[in-house]
Design a protein around this ligand. Structure first.
Ligand SMILES: *Cc1c(COP(=O)(O)O)cnc(C)c1O
Length: 219
């Protein structure tokens, strides 16, 4: 199926209040342009170098989301233009984003990435760490960031109950934090599991291969 068919099929099955982040990592600017021309404005990339290369070549009304692990020494390269950093997994990183955003006289939206998967390899905050960070944020410590929500990735498994359990863990935390400050975004679900994620309360999903096709990492 073509990119256009993929995109329209996914858009048509999404409830109107669920945001789609089109994950364009490894795909060329031409493919992003094609999806942009269909009306998509929010794109996700997981590498600083890749997003800084693509950004100048594409329309300025694209909202770029960084969704991959971010090293503190690279924040400065994206602080001037990134819309949202979804992969905030340490206090050190929050402080750095806050500092670099201040230099650009702007506020950067961030999501706290929470570890919900059983797999060892995944980045993310423990639930208790996420709560602590959020508390610091509420006390007014970081003036140049806005925590707008939470992001999580489920275990890569066929076991739907396992996936559901993990998503619901994040939804519970979202509801809990939401009592203290209104949060906009619960980002969970990718190409293979976004319908379950939406069922569990996600209002933002990150979809790559189901739109752009399989990624080729060989080049
Ligand atoms: C690559 C990536 C996605 C999209 O994955 P697909 O399976 O291609 O939809 C979503 N979230 C994160 C954090 C990613 O790195």
């Amino acid at each position: 199926m073509s990119i256009q068919e993929n995109y329209n099929r996914i858009k048509n099955q999404l409830p109107s209040d669920v945001e789609l982040v089109a994950v364009s990592k490894t795909h060329p600017v031409s493919a992003i342009r094609e999806v942009y021309d269909l009306g998509q404005r929010v794109f996700g990339e997981n590498k600083v170098q890749e997003v800084t290369e693509k950004y100048p070549l594409l329309p300025k009304d694209i909202q770029w989301h960084l969704i991959g692990h971010l090293q503190t020494n690279k924040v400065k390269y994206i602080a001037g233009f990134i819309d949202t950093i979804q992969s905030v997994d340490s206090e050190k990183l929050i402080r750095e984003i806050n500092k670099e955003a201040a230099k650009h006289n702007r506020k950067i939206k961030v999501l706290l990435q929470v570890k919900i998967a059983e797999e060892e390899s995944k980045f993310g905050l423990e639930i208790s760490e996420a709560k602590d960070l959020f508390e610091k944020y509420l006390s007014g410590e970081y003036q140049n960031i806005e925590i707008t929500g939470l992001m999580g990735m489920a275990t890569f498994t066929e076991d739907q109950e396992q996936i559901k359990k993990e998503f619901l863990t994040l939804k519970n935390l979202f509801d809990e934090l939401n009592k203290f400050k209104k949060l906009e975004t619960l980002s969970m679900g990718m190409s293979d599991d976004f319908p379950v994620a939406i069922e569990c309360g996600a209002n933002s999903i990150r979809v790559g291969s189901a739109i752009f096709g399989r990624r080729d990492y060989s080049q």
